[in-house]
Design a protein around this ligand. Structure first.
Ligand code: SAH
Ligand code: SF4
Length: 364
């Protein structure tokens, strides 16, 4: 706007109108010459929706977008009474390669650019505005490891949180990470009070090395210390995510280890029943086992809740819509065409290809 000799408030105007779904030509509060200039110079969005899936009787909407280069990513809108949450993606695929995760099992494509992350939020704003709703919360729990795409994620966060951008309070934004500890410290220094969610899933290194392979690089003691520092610097309680895998991390031993690790810390534990992924050697515990584990963790003196399981029908959990579309073809440009299938044992080979990729590409 400055380069076009326009006043600074035009930025806010354009953002607001974009979030309501207007094209540049429809932004009638802008001068006509500016409208034409913008329409000739820019695309209104970097994303094209290629699939849409409405579940939970219309309360959950999952969208698959295509991006430059032919890649695809997903995001999910979850509607609740009085709030609407968007689950956003930060990478095409994920280099961390957790063996229970559909995204981690597919090929890694590339980092999203900041505007591609923000455009997911803008599209959700537009969709919700048409229903008389407002986007109220954003969680970085879609595809990808947000801290492995640090610069773009922080830039997107700023644009989503700043009053001249979407103006969502930082407190309503959650960043979920598999645990890149140096970047957790860096995030704390950004000076924005986001909620940090740590994908813990195991409270002993031997098991976490398998479930979240980046643990081999940044083990539990280091991770929890970084999360504590984040909590102290931002004054925010840290969330710990625990995806429940039957017989793997839902035993009394696991509850005790979790208690020993987190007791006395400013922490909240979120249990997430495993959402079955084709080819992954894990099962979801039954309702009784879930309630038993919840009670055992609570008995450790921890703050713990069970996450609701939105969008589970029809492969609608994170990474699964893309996985299905990829498996059907046509395939994305630049990625291996078929998903690797894994059966049998709950073990990741020591030289897991995604982990090697993670080390080469994006992990500090
Ligand atoms: N890469 C980041 C954020 C995206 S994953 C991270 O791992 O934190 C968001 C959450 O979904 C993580 O806690 C992850 O462990 C969980 N998740 C992945 N696959 C899942 C599945 N099949 N069922 C349930 N939760 C899953
Ligand atoms: Fe990546 Fe998160 Fe999936 Fe692990 S759980 S593979 S870190 S997206």
């Amino acid at each position: 706007m400055a380069a076009r000799g326009q006043p600074a408030y035009r930025v806010r105007q354009v953002w607001r109108r974009r979030a309501a779904g207007a094209t540049f030509q429809e932004m009638l509060d802008l001068p006509a010459t500016l409208r034409s200039e913008l329409a000739a110079s820019f695309r209104a969005s970097s994303l094209t929706a290629v699939r849409r899936l409405d579940t939970d009787r219309g309360l959950t909407t999952k969208k698959l977008y295509s991006l430059d280069g032919g890649y695809t990513v997903e995001s999910v809108i979850m509607r609740y009474p009085g709030r609407s949450t968007l689950c956003i993606s930060s990478q095409v695929g994920c280099p961390i390669g957790c063996p229970f995760c559909a995204t981690g099992q597919g090929p890694f494509g590339r980092n999203l650019r900041a505007h591609e992350i923000v455009d997911q939020a803008l599209d959700a704003c537009r969709e919700l505005a048409a229903e008389g709703r407002r986007l109220s919360h954003v969680v970085f729990m879609g595809m990808g490891e947000p801290l492995a795409n640090y610069a773009a994620v922080v830039e997107a966060l700023r644009r989503i949180a700043e009053p001249t951008g979407l103006g969502l309070s930082a407190r309503r934004i959650t960043i979920s990470t598999s645990g890149l500890t140096p970047r957790i410290d860096r995030l704390a220094r950004e000076g924005m009070p986001f909620t940090l969610a740590i994908s813990l899933h195991a409270a002993r290194d031997e098991l976490r090395d398998v479930l979240v392979p980046i643990n081999r690089r940044y083990p539990l003691a280091e991770l929890v210390a970084a999360a504590d520092r984040f909590g102290r610097q931002t004054g925010r309680r840290v969330s710990y995510e625990w995806v429940l895998l039957a017989g793997v991390n839902d035993t009394e031993r696991d509850a005790h280890e979790l208690g020993a690790l987190l007791r006395g810390r400013l922490a909240h534990v979120n249990l997430i029943p495993f959402n079955p992924v084709e080819g992954a050697p894990y099962r979801e515990p039954d309702g009784r086992a879930i309630r038993r584990f919840l009670g055992q963790v609570r008995a450790q003196g921890l703050n713990v809740t069970l996450r609701d399981t939105r969008g589970r029908d029809e492969n609608a959990a994170c990474g699964q819509l893309r996985a299905r579309v990829l498996a059907q073809g046509p395939h994305e440009v630049g990625t291996a065409p078929l998903l690797r299938r894994r059966g049998g044992r709950a073990v990741v080979p020591p030289q897991h290809p995604n982990l090697v990729k993670a080390e080469e590409r994006s992990v500090p």
